[in-house]
Design a protein around this ligand. Structure first.
Ligand SMILES: Nc1ncnc2c1ncn2[C@@H]1O[C@H](COP(=O)(O)OP(=O)(O)OP(=O)(O)O)[C@@H](O)[C@H]1O
Ligand SMILES: [Mg+2]
Length: 223
C-alpha cells in the first residue's frame, strides 16, 4: 500500500537579514495509513514546522510533500486550505477555540467552511462532542470548561469533517497529567478506528505509546 504521507528531502528555510536558518533541513519520511507516530526533539528543533508542512498549514521551501496521493506543493492556496480542512484534523497545545462561541459552535465551524447545511452540521457537531464525552456541555463556552474539556472540544472540532489524519502539536502541553492521559487515550482510540495519528510531544511516556518515534534534531531526522 502506498504511504499516506511521503516527504522527500523537505526543507524550510527562513531568511532573517543575512542569516538563513534551516528550520527543516532535508527530511524524508514515510508514514503509512493507520500509523501512530510520535515526533520528539528539543525546543526549536523544527517539530512544529514539520507538522505544519505535513498538514498543509505551511509550505516547504524545497522538497516534495505527498499526502494521500496529492502533491501539496502543486495545490494553489485555496485548494490547499480546502484540502486541509477536509482531510486533516489539527489539535494545538493552546486549543485555539473561539472564546465567544459555545462548544457546539466551535465544532460546527469547520463544517461551515465545508459548506455543510445548518441542520446537518449541528447534528455532526453534536455527535463529535458526544464522542469525546461532552454531550452534556454543548452550550458551554471555553471559559466555562476545564482545560481537559477544552482540548476535547478541540478534538471534536478536528473530527467534525472526518479527517483521515490527525496532527496534534503538544496536545497535553497545557494539561495536568490526569487530563493529559485522557486526551492521549482519546487520540489513541481514534487511531484504533483507523485515523493516522501524529503527535508532537516532549513527553517520553506519550512517545513510547506510539508505533514509531521520529526524533528531530536541528531540522533533521535522527537516524
Ligand atoms: N516564521 C519564522 N521565522 C524565522 N524563524 C522561524 C520561524 N518559525 C520558526 N522559526 C525557527 O525555526 C526553528 C524551528 O521552530 P519550530 O517551531 O518548528 O520548533 P519546535 O521544535 O516546534 O520547538 P518547540 O518544542 O519549542 O515548540 C526555531 O529555531 C525557530 O526559531
Ligand atoms: Mg513546536
Amino acid at each position: 500500500m502506498p504511504a499516506i504521507i511521503e516527504l522527500r528531502d523537505v526543507t524550510k528555510t527562513y531568511k532573517l537579514g543575512d542569516e538563513t536558518l534551516n528550520a527543516v533541513d532535508g527530511i524524508s519520511l514515510s508514514i503509512q495509513t493507520g500509523d501512530f507516530v510520535a515526533i520528539t526533539g528539543a525546543s526549536g528543533s523544527g517539530k512544529t514546522t514539520l507538522a505544519n508542512i505535513i498538514g498543509g498549514l505551511d509550505r516547504p521551501t524545497g522538497g516534495s510533500v505527498m499526502v494521500d496521493g496529492n502533491d501539496l506543493s502543486k495545490l494553489r492556496d485555496r485548494k490547499l486550505s480546502d484540502y486541509r480542512n477536509q482531510h486533516i484534523g489539527f489539535v494545538f497545545q493552546s486549543f485555539n477555540l473561539q472564546g465567544t462561541q459555545t462548544a457546539l459552535e466551535n465544532v460546527t465551524l469547520p463544517l461551515v467552511f465545508a459548506r455543510v447545511k445548518s441542520k446537518a452540521r449541528k447534528q455532526r457537531a453534536t455527535e463529535c462532542l458526544q464522542a469525546v464525552g461532552l454531550g452534556d456541555r454543548l452550550k458551554h463556552k471555553p471559559s466555562q470548561l476545564s482545560g481537559g474539556q477544552r482540548q476535547r472540544v478541540a478534538i471534536a472540532r478536528a473530527l467534525a469533517v472526518k479527517p483521515n489524519i490527525i496532527i496534534a502539536d503538544e496536545p497535553t502541553g497545557n494539561l495536568d497529567s490526569q487530563h493529559g492521559d485522557e486526551i492521549i487515550k482519546l487520540l489513541r482510540d481514534l487511531n484504533k478506528q483507523g485515523i493516522t495519528l501524529i503527535i508532537i510531544t516532549h513527553d517520553m511516556n506519550i512517545a513510547r505509546q506510539a508505533g514509531r518515534i521520529v526524533q528531530v534534531r536541528d531540522g533533521k531526522v535522527r537516524a
